[in-house]
Design a binder for this molecule. Structure first.
Ligand SMILES: [Zn+2]
Length: 320
């Protein structure tokens, strides 16, 4: 690949982009025309370490080319790693640092569930959480009287949910989930939709599994948020593990095309321990970040709960 081509990044039409990659059309409108937003940073021919990059809290800044659909405006990664390889990474993933924040996640999920119910009360109690990770949401939902069902590709996470919460998650994706059509009242995807290779197919399947009038709730980072626009390429959610970058326009369009009515978009505050946030933010902040992380530790503030918002959004929608 020539220097100029590398600077421009890989495009779908480059004959020599790595064999680990695949090119996909726009997932919302199907258009094949795009412009490059951020070029790829990858060295051609250098293999990607899937096991460490693709896990639930994978935090490598986006290495791949981000494009914008010229027809509907969706931002997405193209070309991207082949989905079978990514899924392999998630299946084999282990993640001690994710699990260390379980109490904080439960707190976040209790609030998330209240936000969903405030937007639309599900008519029944059967909840399916897709990409359930360690099961913290389902545990919070069970405490509120829901009947929990979940699927999760990582065998390690499934094991954690079993040991920590006594929850049996189905090992796999929404497409493997043994639930009959109309068997779910509330379906949730927490920080999941932007990781999936085909959000439209996921929503089609969700539509099938929900009862008529059933509720779908998803949290995702809003690419159109002020913080994203201010930070540009350095926005904390521009990550290799994120394949799609929705804003309210493209998310609304995706939902409507899959047969859902969006009811409400709201900022979605998450809670983590201060020490954890400081450690994950440090690479973005340089020497100042290292100083802050050290200070937090020195002052024994590591375990202080911190609510933070950097563009996370919760959308609640109803099946038509
Ligand atoms: Zn499009």
């Amino acid at each position: 690949m020539s220097g100029a081509a590398r600077e421009r990044g890989f495009t779908a039409r480059d004959p020599d982009y790595p064999p680990q990659f695949e090119s996909v059309p726009c997932n919302v409108c199907g258009s094949d025309s795009f412009e490059v937003v951020f070029p790829s940073k990858r060295e051609p021919g250098r293999a990607v370490d899937l096991a460490t990059v693709f896990r639930s809290s994978g935090d490598e800044p986006l290495q791949d080319q981000m494009v914008r659909c010229l027809s509907c405006g969706l931002h997405y990664v193209r070309p991207r790693l082949r989905w079978d390889l990514i899924l392999e990474g998630y299946r084999g993933g282990t993640d001690e640092s994710f699990v260390s924040q379980v109490a904080m996640r439960e707190r976040t999920f209790r609030r998330g569930l209240r936000q969903i119910e405030a937007a639309a009360k599900p008519t029944g109690r059967r909840v399916l959480d897709v990409g359930a990770a360690g099961g913290s949401f389902l545990a919070a939902a069970r405490k509120r009287g829901y009947e929990p069902l979940g699927c999760e590709p990582s065998a390690w996470m499934c094991g954690f949910a079993r040991e920590h919460y006594g929850l049996e998650l189905h090992p796999g994706t929404i497409f493997d989930m043994p639930v009959s059509a109309g068997g779910v009242d509330l379906l949730t995807l927490w920080d999941v939709i932007e990781h999936t290779p085909d959000p439209r197919a996921v929503l089609d399947r969700a539509h099938q599994l929900l009862v008529p009038g059933g509720i779908l709730a998803m949290s995702y980072p809003d690419y159109g948020s002020l913080v994203s626009r201010l930070m540009g390429r350095r926005w904390v959610f521009n990550l290799t593990v994120h394949l799609y970058y929705f804003d309210p326009g493209t998310m609304g369009e995706l939902l409507r095309r899959a047969g859902f009515s969006p009811l409400r978009f709201r900022p979605y505050l998450q809670t983590l321990e201060l020490g954890y946030v400081a450690r994950r933010a440090a690479p973005y902040l340089g020497p100042l970040g290292r100083l802050a992380t050290g200070g937090v530790h020195l002052l024994r503030l590591d375990r202080v709960p911190l609510q933070y918002w950097v563009g996370q959004t919760l959308v609640v929608a109803r099946k038509e």
